[in-house]
Write a protein that binds this ligand. Sequence first.
Ligand code: FEO
Length: 393
Amino acid sequence: MAHKKILEDVYFVGALDRDRKLFDELIALPYGTSYNSYLIKGSEKTALIDGVDPPMYGTLLDNLKNLNIKKIDYIVSQHGEQDHSGAITMLLKDFPDARLVTNKKCQTLLMDLLPIPESRFKLIEDGDSLSLGDKTLQFILAPWVHWPETMVTYLKESKILFSCDFFGSHYATEELFFSDWEILYLAAKRYFAEIMLPFRTSIRKNMERLKDLDIEIIAPSHGPLHRPKDLIWDAYKDWSSESVKNEVVIPYVSMHGSTEAMVKYLEKALVSRDITVKMFHLTESDPGELAAALIDAATVVIGTPTVLAGPHPNIIYAAYLVKVLRPKLKFVSIIGSFGWGGKTVEVLADIISSLNIEILDPVIIKGYPKKSDLKLLDGLADMILARHKGLLS
Ligand code: FEO
């Protein structure tokens, strides 16, 4: 992506990465991603906000060359993670007069991760401003969106908030401001689930601190920009709240059809009770979609066969995902079938034991479900309905 003008003297100079398949070797990227770097030309000084992932440095440099940028005074590093900071060593070499502007915590992290001499840094504190002449950068520390050192930058005169990972999405598009909100909403929600969900208390605090700024554009470090800010702002308010919806998420695996028969029976039983059900066959579906569904659900029911005396390994992965993402969900249950025995419930209960949720009576049966087993699933559906009614009334 070539450079793009956002407003007078404010440019996108980052890079699209359409071909990247995995982020952090963990998160699937069905729509690729972008590393958004921004150039601000003040009447006296020029600043660059964040860099790009190191393999994309050539694109950033080309964009700067095409804008005829020969000198950068300030490189602002908002976050130490290498998808934004990894190219800073190259930037400092190519722009030898530039000072690296960041907070103390980020400085420590950058010096741990990259060979940057201390003399190149210019440290700022929460609320500090930096004048570029006719433009002013204001820095606001925003810990835990995504790491503890993260900060955001407000360009006062242009009313732009450079929000780093905050309000981002893994979505590669040539459009600076993506025109299809429904698509962007899903990409941003998935990104929120994978990156932000465990930090939602911090997100609420940081949004409270930012709410009085006059923001016309949010410019994150991944994905399209937001103008006006309201759609993404309101979505974040919803996702980061502690309220849940009348939804059950069912991640499941079935080896020979018994667990699948149980899962499908339970799905019908829940739907007939007006509960929304989202099913994820884990050997076929994308964990990112499961993560996004976990944002809203009041309940998760894990469906697993017993294999090697315990849950299927993909189910262990899903349970661990629930543990580390710490979704808002209030109830969990386990259903499944075994042939000759095992410790499925114990293993899963142990994985999620750190979560403050009620475990509803599991339904673990022997072999293919019989009438009496299906009655147990009706009982589980009744119990979920009663719990949801109590919660949502
Ligand atoms: Fe986009 Fe936390 O780095």
